[in-house]
Design a protein around this ligand. Structure first.
Ligand code: AMP
Ligand code: GLY
Length: 416
């Protein structure tokens, strides 16, 4: 099977790594990719948001499957263009991707499907904003309706900061604050059948102790030793299946990856958000534990044949990933800094620890930073403590001027 992956972050590196280990995959391409992905896949330049260009590339390569990684191409309708060209694609249609592309749309689907989520108001005027902020009180949760690369959400006790963020958005969702640990649960879907993966936890704040600004995610781990073993079944019954059923009922079936961001509150599980693609960095730890070869599972989603998929097989190992970010991430990340130490990790820490590239590119013989999140250092171990130790040992070998990482990824869970 020839597979083309669209995207160029650590999530796509994790996908390409798994696909490259799949004996059914005879050729692997990634567009546009990055310096790390180039080691496992052949890179092709492409404008990810141009559906016609992606479809033409897939046809030219004779791809049997296209996997669209990031949300922006999905929301732009790239999966539709590839499907229309007759190539099987893993990723939802533009309409179904609205589950991620519009928070107001997601709330509407959840209300219709009876899926538990925070109570919310959609506001477009200053008067509506003030009314909603008053109705919920602090802490205030204010979300830009559209895609904002993880930076559209402000959670604050400061009503002025909440109001300022709300006024800066065209359309804003203001909602009830949800207390409790967060869980990310991914499910592979084909419009009808829902196949949940294993849960992971992401660390969204920039600094240790969950301080600092929200980011795209600074690290993740799986499994969650503190979670109820019945959690996945419960979320399948109360969240994932009803959402997929509702979208099918509306004539916009969801196929691809449905990502439920959940809060485990004292009153039960609540959806914080949906995404329409694999999460980053959670994918790095979830795929590190998946033993079933990946390509066939994704192809079953693309072809609508997930009902025939054999149950997935999982490693008992734990996995931890630590994101190494550039100087000044998430505000105005500095790029172009050389990255050293990667060879040492390949020599001394593999195969238990390895580096997935996010924002990197090749500059002559050097690999340099090219984005806010630069590397996602991933490790497995017999438990979280061992996986953590290995991940941080590898992080310690990386030399990247001004870089930052959290030191407490999976720390609490490893002691649990
Ligand atoms: P989102 O982009 O919707 O995932 O929001 C980013 C982060 O903001 C989430 O991971 C949570 O940590 C936080 N957040 C979002 N919505 C809520 C909420 N209703 N209550 C508490 N925290 C929230
Ligand atoms: N880990 C958060 C995200 O992928 O949106």
């Amino acid at each position: 099977m020839k597979v083309l992956v669209i995207g160029g972050g650590a999530r796509e590196h994790a996908l390409c790594r798994s696909l490259s280990l799949d004996p059914d995959v005879t050729a692997l391409y990634c567009a546009p990719g990055n310096a790390g992905i180039a080691e496992v896949a052949e890179l092709r330049p492409v404008d990810q948001l141009d559906g016609a260009a992606v479809a033409a590339l897939a046809t030219e390569l004779g791809a049997d499957l296209v996997v669209v990684g990031p949300e922006a191409p999905l929301v732009a309708g790239v999966a539709d263009a590839v499907r229309a060209a007759g190539v099987p694609v893993f990723g939802p249609s533009k309409e179904a991707a609205q589950l991620e592309g519009s928070k107001a749309f997601a709330k509407d689907v959840m209300a219709a499907a009876g899926v538990p989520t925070a109570r919310s108001y959609v506001c477009t005027t200053p008067a509506e904003i003030d009314e909603a902020l008053d109705a919920f009180g602090a802490p205030y949760v204010v979300k830009d309706d559209g895609l904002a690369a993880g930076k559209g959400v402000v959670v604050t006790d400061d009503v002025e900061a909440a109001r300022a963020h709300a006024l800066a958005c065209d359309r804003v969702v203001i909602e009830e604050y949800l207390d409790g640990p967060e869980v990310s649960l991914f499910a592979i879907c084909d419009g009808t059948t829902v196949l949940p993966l294993r849960p992971a936890q992401d660390f969204k704040r920039a600094l240790d102790g969950d301080e600092g600004p929200n980011t795209g995610g600074m690290g993740a781990y799986s499994p969650l030793p503190w979670a109820d073993p019945k959690l996945v079944d419960e979320v399948l019954q109360t969240v994932l299946q009803p959402t997929v059923d509702e979208l099918r009922r509306r004539g916009t079936p969801f196929s691809g990856l449905l990502y439920a961001g959940l809060a485990i509150t004292s009153r039960g599980v609540r959806v914080i958000e949906f995404n329409a693609r694999f999460g980053d960095p959670e994918t790095q730890v979830v795929l590190a534990r998946l033993k079933t070869p990946l390509a066939g599972v994704l192809l079953n989603s693309a072809n609508g044949t997930l009902a025939d998929q054999a149950p997935l097989s999982w490693s008992d190992d734990a996995a931890v990933t630590v994101v190494v970010a550039s100087h000044n991430y998430p505000d105005t990340p500095r790029t172009g800094d050389p990255i050293e130490g990667l060879d040492e990790i390949a020599e001394q820490d593999a195969p238990h620890a390895y580096v997935l590239h996010a924002g990197t590119k090749r500059d002559g013989d050097a690999i340099v930073s090219a984005g806010g999140r630069v590397l996602s250092v991933t490790a497995t171990g017999s438990d979280l403590a061992e996986a953590r130790e290995r991940a941080y040992a590898a992080v310690g070998r990386i030399r990247l001027d001004g870089s930052q990482h959290r030191t407490d990824i999976a720390l609490k869970a490893a002691g649990a």
